[in-house]
Design a protein around this ligand. Structure first.
Ligand SMILES: [Mn+2]
Length: 326
């Protein structure tokens, strides 16, 4: 049986389903969850989506029905994680996952393993989890409509950076062709998902750029934000989207890391690479549940900002050395 056929069997055999991404949902996880919800509801499956949507995603069809992480109850027969793994769930979602009869995952991260799931469909060759959902809907014979297309398009452009990243393939453009054929306003979706910022976000991006440190002979760009700065700029989720990507495209830079202080003693690191260094491996080295893609990864690291930036610099220096020796 194909993985998409098996997924449908699992979900249609479940009394109540929760679809969710990891904490800090991005465009790909939200697009995948909401499109799958729409398709499953039409087949009579009772299905909720858990997560939080930043201002970038508030126009997505069905987003008003999201159940915030803090209100997730452990009442689901099946929990499916889309676009991330079970180690990065919010505490309430984690409890619902632990209580579920069927624990499932649909993901394209290379660092995700099938350990701990009754059903796992992991395809690192897919450019986005939305691409996997798109293939599933095709396999199930679900016709595309503008709502489904808009949701899937958000994930497609989010994870390919608007068709600019190396994961963009002929299949990506074939999928875009099918989605655009439904008449969606792709330019407006692009502006909301990838380009627009609120005023505080412009200020915070400017602050990160003006205080960034270039280390390792200009091959590492390190940006950071303290908890106090996050508060002072009135930063909200979504404001930092794309900021670390701009840092990595400084000439001469191979790796960029943006450090944000979550609480005293815990720093979130977002890593980007031009390709020489595998930042998913660096993220896994920095934190047991770190990981992601070769060119884009993340980790939550214990320590204060000074300690973590020293750790990151050491890890990236070693990774650059190893990559050049290989
Ligand atoms: Mn993704």
């Amino acid at each position: 049986m194909s993985p998409e056929a098996e997924l449908l069997t699992v979900l249609e055999g479940s009394a109540r389903v929760l679809l969710t991404g990891p904490i800090d949902s991005d465009g790909d996880s939200l697009g995948a969850c909401l499109s799958l919800q729409l398709a499953l509801r039409r087949r009579g499956v009772a299905v909720d989506v858990g997560g939080e949507a930043s201002y970038r995603y508030r126009a997505m069809p069905g987003v008003g029905g999201l159940i915030p992480d803090a209100r997730i109850q452990p009442i689901y027969d099946a929990v499916v994680i889309l676009d991330g793994d079970r180690h990065r769930l919010s505490p309430k979602t984690d409890a619902a996952f632990a209580a579920a009869r069927v624990k499932a995952i649909v993901d394209h991260h290379a660092s995700t393993t099938d350990d701990g799931y009754a059903f796992a469909w992991i395809d690192p060759a897919a450019a986005s989890t939305c691409e996997m959902v798109f293939r599933a809907l095709e396999g199930w014979g679900v016709p595309l409509d503008p709502e489904l297309a808009e949701l899937l398009y958000v994930g497609l452009i989010f994870d390919t950076g608007g068709f600019r990243y190396s994961n963009t393939s002929p299949a990506t453009h074939e999928m875009a062709r099918a989605l655009l054929s439904t008449g969606i306003d792709h330019a407006a979706i692009c502006v909301r998902t990838l380009m627009e910022r609120q005023q505080g976000g412009v200020r915070v991006a400017g602050h990160v750029f003006s205080t960034a440190r270039f280390a390792l002979d200009g091959e590492l760009a390190l940006g950071w934000l303290t908890k106090e700065e996050i508060k002072r700029f009135g930063m909200v989720p979504g404001d930092l989207e794309g900021v670390v990507d701009s840092l990595v495209y400084t000439r001469g830079v191979q790796v960029a890391v943006l450090l944000t202080e979550r609480r005293p003693g815990l720093v979130k690191a977002s890593l980007r690479s031009r390709g020489l260094v595998d930042v998913a491996a660096v993220a896994q080295q920095l934190s047991v549940h770190g990981g992601g893609h070769q060119k884009a990864a993340g980790a939550a690291i214990d320590g204060d900002l000074d300690q973590v930036s020293a750790l990151v610099e050491g890890a990236v220096a070693a990774a650059l050395r190893v990559a050049r020796e290989a």
